[in-house]
Design a protein around this ligand. Structure first.
Ligand code: AMP
Ligand code: ZN
Length: 467
C-alpha cells in the first residue's frame, strides 16, 4: 500500500510520491537554542523522527535537513546579559539538544545547519526578492511586501486582504515600521550593541523566517518533498517561508506540508512562556525512563493533542514491560520446539495491520494496537505451547521491523554488564536483609532470565553467565 499523508496545503490525505524516487528530501524546523528544549518541543521532534524512520522502513532514501536557530532576539539578549558572544552562549544548548535527542533515540538528520553559518545564502535570497520588487526598506530594516505575492495565505487559509490581518504577526516582536501589518522582516537593522553582519542591505541580522527558506533550498533544491513542524508554525512561519521561497523562485516550494499537534498540560500548550514545561532532564531526574518517554511521545497519532501526565509515563513504562516480558519468553523457546503451524500466519496479520496503520497517515496508535493484540494472543499461545521455533523467529523478525520505526522494544536479549549484575546482587542482598523475599526472588528471576546464574555460598553470592 502507498503511504498516505495529510497535507496541510491541500487539506487532504494524499498518496505520498516523492519527486525523485527513491529519494525523499525533507526539511524539519529545528530548535531555537536559547535554553534546553522542553518535551512539548520533543513531541514534534519525535513525530518528525517517526516520519523519517517510516520513510526509511518503506525503502526510501532520505536527505533530511534540520536547522539550528542560533541567532534570535532571546539569544542575543541572554548572551548580552552574560557578556559572551552568541556562539559561546548557544553552543551549550545546542550540545544539550543533541544529547537529549540521543537519549530519546531520535535519529540525526543528514544535515543540521546553523543559521549563523548561512548568512550569505540568506542575503542572496533577499537580493532575489528585491529584484522581483518584493521588498522595501524602513528604518534600516528590509521587509517582505506580501501585497506583491497573491498566494499569501494559501497554507494557513488566511485571507491576507482582511483588515485585522496584522494581529498574529506581533509574535515576531518586530517593532519596526511596516507598510502593512502582515509584512514581515527579512533583514533587521542592527540595534545598538547587538550582533550583526555587514551587507548591501546595511548592517543587521536575518529575520527568523528567512533562515528556513534559505537553508532548505540550499541543501534540498528549490522544490522538495516534505516540510514538517508543529501546528503553531503554520502561521506565520511556514506561510512566510512559502512567500519567500516561491516569491524568489516562481516555483512550488514544498509538495507535502506536515504538522504535528501539541503536547498539552491541563488543557494548555506546554510552553516556555506559560512556565508549564518540563525539560527531558527534569523528567529523568524524577526517575522517568527515557525509552518510556519516547514511547509516550509517539503513542498518540501526531495530529491529535497529547495530554502529558505522570500517569501517562507510568502507563508507557507498563506497556513496555509487558512487551519486553513477552519478547523474553519468546526468545526462550528452543530451536527444537514445534508449535502450531498456523501461528506464523497470526504474526503476518499483525505485520499487515502495523504497516496498514502506518501507511494511513502514520497512525502510530493503531500500529501499537496491532502489536499489543499480537502480544495478547501470543501470551495465550505461549501458555498452550503453540508458538514454537518458527513462530518465535517470525515474532522476533516482526518486532525487529517495528523497532526500526519505534525503537523501544528489547528484541535481542540485552547483555548485562558486570557492574549492573553486581548492583542487582547487592540490591537482592539488601532485600533479603530486610526480609523482602518477594523482591529478592524477583531480582534472582530477572537475572536468570537474562542468562545470569546465581549461587549463594557462605562467602556471599557468586554469579556466572550461562554459556
Ligand atoms: P521552537 O524552538 O519554539 O521554534 O519550537 C521547536 C518545535 O517545537 C516547533 O516545531 C514547534 O512547533 C514545536 N512545539 C513548541 N511547543 C510545542 C508543544 N507544546 N507541543 C508540541 N510541539 C511544540
Ligand atoms: Zn523553520
Amino acid at each position: 500500500m502507498p503511504l498516505k499523508l495529510y497535507n496541510t496545503l491541500t487539506k487532504r490525505i494524499e498518496d505520498f510520491e516523492p519527486l525523485n524516487p527513491p529519494e525523499v528530501r525533507m526539511y524539519t524546523c529545528g530548535p531555537t537554542v536559547y535554553d534546553f528544549v522542553h518535551i512539548g518541543n520533543f513531541r514534534t521532534f519525535m513525530f518528525q523522527d517517526i516520519v523519517r524512520r517510516y520513510l526509511l522502513y518503506k525503502g526510501f532514501r532520505l536527505r533530511h535537513v534540520m536547522n539550528i536557530t542560533d541567532v534570535e532576539d532571546k539569544i542575543i539578549a541572554n548572551a548580552r546579559k552574560q557578556g559572551v558572544p552568541i556562539g559561546e552562549y548557544t553552543r551549550k544548548y545546542e550540545q544539550g539538544f543533541l544529547e537529549d535527542m540521543a537519549t530519546l533515540k531520535i535519529q540525526r538528520p543528514e544535515v543540521m545547519p546553523r543559521a549563523t553559518e548561512h548568512i550569505g545564502s540568506m542575503l542572496e535570497l533577499v537580493r532575489r526578492l528585491a529584484e522581483r520588487g518584493l521588498t522595501y526598506r524602513g528604518d534600516g530594516s528590509t521587509y517582505y511586501r506580501i501585497a506583491g505575492f497573491p498566494d499569501y495565505g494559501k497554507l494557513s487559509g488566511l485571507d491576507a486582504s482582511r483588515q485585522d490581518a496584522g494581529r498574529a504577526d506581533r509574535v515576531d516582536e518586530d517593532e519596526y515600521s511596516k507598510e502593512n501589518p502582515r509584512d514581515f522582516v527579512l533583514w533587521k537593522a542592527q540595534r545598538e550593541g547587538e550582533t550583526s553582519w555587514d551587507s548591501t542591505f546595511g548592517p543587521g541580522r536575518p529575520g527568523w523566517h528567512l533562515e528556513c527558506s534559505a537553508m532548505s533550498m540550499e541543501y534540498l533544491g528549490e522544490t522538495f518533498d516534505i516540510h514538517c513542524g508543529g501546528v503553531d508554525l503554520i502561521f506565520p512561519h511556514h506561510e512566510n517561508e512559502i512567500a519567500q521561497s516561491e516569491g524568489a523562485t516562481g516555483k512550488p516550494f514544498v509538495r507535502y506540508w506536515l504538522h504535528g499537534a501539541h503536547l498539552i498540560v491541563d488543557g494548555q500548550k506546554m510552553s516556555k512562556s506559560l512556565g508549564n514545561f518540563f525539560t527531558l532532564r527534569d523528567l529523568l531526574e524524577r526517575g522517568c525512563d527515557p525509552v518510556a518517554l519516547r514511547y509516550l511521545l509517539f503513542s498518540v497519532h501526531y495530529r491529535k493533542q497529547l495530554n502529558f501526565t505522570f500517569e501517562g509515563v507510568e502507563q508507557a513504562e507498563a506497556a513496555l514491560r509487558r512487551a519486553n516480558d513477552f519478547l523474553l519468553r519468546v526468545r526462550e523457546i528452543g530451536d527444537d520446539v514445534e508449535g502450531d503451524s498456523e501461528f506464523p500466519a497470526r504474526v503476518e496479520v499483525a505485520r499487515r495491520q502495523f504497516e496498514d496503520s502506518m501507511d494511513d497517515d502514520l497512525n502510530t496508535s493503531a500500529a501499537l494496537a496491532a502489536l499489543f493484540e499480537l502480544i495478547r494472543d501470543g501470551n495465550v499461545a505461549l501458555e498452550e505451547g503453540r508458538v514454537g521455533a518458527a513462530g518465535r523467529d517470525r515474532i522476533l523478525d516482526f518486532f525487529r521491523g517495528a523497532n526500526r520505526v519505534f525503537d523501544v522494544f528489547q528484541v535481542e536479549g540485552e547483555q548485562l554488564d558486570d557492574e549492573e549484575i553486581l548492583r542487582l546482587i547487592e540490591e537482592r542482598e539488601e532485600a533479603r536483609r530486610e526480609r523482602d523475599f518477594r523482591r529478592a526472588d524477583e531480582i534472582r528471576d530477572e537475572l536468570t532470565n537474562r542468562g545470569i546464574q546465581l549461587e549463594d555460598t557462605r562467602e556471599g553470592t557468586r554469579w556466572k553467565r550461562r554459556g
